[in-house]
Ligand binder design. Structure first.
Ligand SMILES: [Mn+2]
Length: 360
């Protein structure tokens, strides 16, 4: 190939990833606080983790600081399973050894006195711009479904050259970011282009078993047990699935709906009714449907009718419905098995009669 003189090039505009890297390189040897505002959620946790990872790659010692309890058990599972090191702020905490702070997934923070005068190194967020923000590096993108997606882009653009499959902490970080994207975009329903690009970049690094384990944590053992009973007792007719779960405590009522949600995922099924005897007083049930023809409100009103005061036992909206039928004095039946069989038999008879399919 013929050698020729290189054309003079304009210095290219730096990408946000390069800008952030250059700024962090300038702070080598420092200690930074990474602040999470409000209740830590998967997006803020994933972003904080990513910022911490990038700091470490540039010899900055990071500490993730949060101010409100981690309330949701799924988020606690995330922190625990990924062994994320996070410090809960408490009054009088000694932060004097820290040089700077970074804010993720937020722009404003009502700062406690220990942090008020700490210089802000970066603000990365996807919420609406809230006026005056001040930091060395600011990247606020409303068009992103999550802050985790923005951090994934930095990684994709080489903000930390060591982010690769050989690095076990890269796998943990990719999993956390994917979880953050999924959570903030409502399972990708609200995802935008950048979120899909981020997910495509992260997926090969992520630990899918770990992600599954975290999601599984969101189902309580009671719900799982009730779902198991529903599955064992299911009766299938055409695209309908009917499942009685027996006796359920008042505090576990929501598990009936969750069991119905789960069973609706079964291939070939478009409508599920799940029911049980709740608190020994009511036959309580949930309907879920993806069918274009089943109108939950009309279906349940026709199925169970109304009481002596003209009140319907059930109703619903587009894709879900519920019903509650008091057992009255039958609740005092001395034979619990017999009472359950009577309830089950009655509901199955009404149901098969309604959909016009004879049982067996
Ligand atoms: Mn967010």
């Amino acid at each position: 190939m013929e050698a020729h003189e290189e054309l003079p090039r304009l210095s290219p505009v730096k990408s946000p990833a390069e800008q952030l890297r250059d700024i962090l390189v300038g702070h080598r040897g420092e200690r930074h606080v990474i602040a999470i505002r409000g209740y830590p959620d998967p997006d803020s946790i994933g972003s904080a983790m990513a910022h911490g990872y990038i700091c470490q790659q540039h010899n900055i010692e990071p500490t993730i600081l949060y101010f409100d309890d981690i309330s949701h058990h799924e988020n606690r599972a995330l922190v625990k399973k990924l062994a994320i090191d996070m410090v809960r702020y408490s009054e009088g905490i000694d932060l004097s050894s820290y040089d700077r702070m970074a804010l993720v997934d937020a722009q404003m923070l009502d700062l406690p006195p220990e942090l008020e005068h700490m210089p802000m190194v970066s603000i990365v967020d996807h919420h609406k711009l809230q006026g005056d923000v001040n930091a060395e590096f600011i990247d606020i993108r409303e068009e992103s479904g999550s802050t985790s997606s923005i951090y994934a882009e930095y990684l994709a653009q080489g903000v930390s050259p060591n982010f690769d499959k050989e690095d076990p902490s890269a796998g943990k970080l990719a999993s956390a970011l994917l979880y953050g994207i999924r959570s903030d975009t409502d399972d990708y329903l609200l995802a935008r282009e950048i979120d899909y690009r981020a997910a495509a970049f992260l997926a090969p690094f992520a630990d899918l078993d770990l992600l599954k384990a975290i999601s599984m944590q969101s189902i309580s053992p009671r719900t799982m047990e009730i779902t198991q009973r529903a599955y064992a007792n299911k009766v299938i007719a055409d695209t309908f699935l009917l499942a009685g779960v027996g006796y359920v405590r008042d505090e576990d009522r929501d598990s009936i709906g969750q069991a119905a949600d789960y069973l609706l995922k079964r291939e070939g099924i478009d409508t599920v009714i799940c029911y049980g005897i709740v608190n020994n007083q009511f036959v309580d049930g949930s309907l879920r449907t993806t069918s274009n023809v089943v109108d939950p409100d009309r279906f349940l009103k026709e199925l169970f009718g109304q009481d002596a005061h003209g009140m319907f036992y059930g109703g619903g909206r587009t894709d879900k419905g519920a019903f509650k039928i008091p057992l009255g004095p039958f609740a005092r039946c001395g034979d619990r098995d017999l009472l359950w069989r009577m309830v089950q038999r009655t509901i199955e008879d009404l149901f098969f009669n309604k959909i016009g399919i004879s049982r067996e």
